[in-house]
Design a protein. Structure first.
Length: 313
């Protein structure tokens, strides 16, 4: 069995290729992918060669951890059958390429335990489930506070804001330095940080991935306030100790989603409490993957690029 897949041979060396797939085993399903998303965080770091050493990484690789499609084969006992629609958070099923992420392909073989059932009407928005689950993971838990301030109005920042409102919490303030990204707010305000005089935020979530902003954020919290590092930072983080000491600042790192986060956001979507609408700004056929990746990483107007895998063979 073969698949068409995005093949990242090295930094900025990307094309569509045909790869052999490992045979499905007990507990596996085969999924025909309809849509996959391009991550402007970790995936961009693999693309430009700045990703720090990470377990299981290497070139060549198939990128992507945001994919949605239809089950075409299912082993007995998996709970799935052909025709079911699922979200797939990547797969390690390729001969000749690392599958650390492995979602950007027309066909995937994966354990049924890794996928999540989705509504067939979600279309390309089904590929956004991992981002929503990651945002929920950053916020959910008895020891966690929802954000008063969110830094960055990209897709992840928007999901953090939407989940805050879905939780019944007060609307957060959102910072965005790019004027073109300040549109699209739903029930909250997006401002230029230069226009914000506040220095008393209780909880700040940084969704920008900008390590240089940490000192500024420490100056914006109240005493005992918390800064949640919700982005991905390729370089070492540092901050001036005296201001952090005076504020008794707390720092927390938000990691990737867990299974319960996928289930929770799926339920919120089904109930109509969380919308994934308005987050996808660009789509491209998978055969145009090289230019699509450059657009996703270089065009500030591109919030989210989705690859369409129909007719990619």
């Amino acid at each position: 069995m073969e698949t068409r897949a995005v093949f990242l041979n090295g930094p900025e060396d990307l094309h569509l290729d045909t790869l052999a797939l490992k045979a499905p085993g007990a507990g596996d399903i085969v999924v025909e992918i309809a849509h996959s998303g391009i991550s402007t965080g970790t995936e961009k770091l693999f693309w430009n060669g700045t990703m720090p050493p990470f377990p299981g990484m290497g070139y060549p690789l198939v990128p992507g951890y945001e994919a949605a499609g239809e089950v075409v084969e299912a082993a007995q006992g998996t709970g799935y059958r052909p025709g079911d629609h699922v979200f797939v958070p990547g797969a390690d099923c390729f001969d000749g390429a690392y599958g650390l992420f492995g979602g950007a392909a027309s066909r995937l073989v994966t354990s049924a335990s890794r996928v999540t059932r989705i509504d067939s009407q979600m279309g390309p928005e089904g590929a956004l489930l991992a981002l929503a689950a990651t945002a929920r993971h950053a916020m959910a838990g008895l020891d966690k506070a929802v954000p008063d301030l969110i830094v960055g109005h990209g897709v992840f920042g928007r999901l953090l804001a939407r989940l805050t409102l879905a939780a019944g919490a007060p609307a957060p303030t959102v910072w965005e330095t790019e004027p073109g990204r300040r549109d699209g707010a739903r029930g909250y305000e997006v401002i230029d940080p230069a226009d914000d005089p506040r220095r008393d935020y209780r909880t700040i979530y940084d969704a920008s991935g900008n390590a240089a902003i940490l000192n500024d954020l420490i100056g914006r919290i109240q005493k005992g306030g918390e800064i949640v590092l919700a982005g991905f930072y390729p370089e070492a983080l540092s901050f001036a100790f005296p201001p952090a000491f005076m504020k008794e600042a707390r720092l927390r790192v938000a990691a990737e989603w867990a299974r319960e986060d996928l289930a929770a956001v799926s339920s919120l979507i089904d109930q109509g409490a969380l919308s994934l609408g308005g987050l996808i700004t660009h789509q491209a056929p998978a055969v145009e993957a090289p230019s699509a990746y450059r657009t996703a990483f270089g065009d500030p107007d591109c919030l989210k690029m989705i690859l369409n895998w129909k007719d990619a063979a």
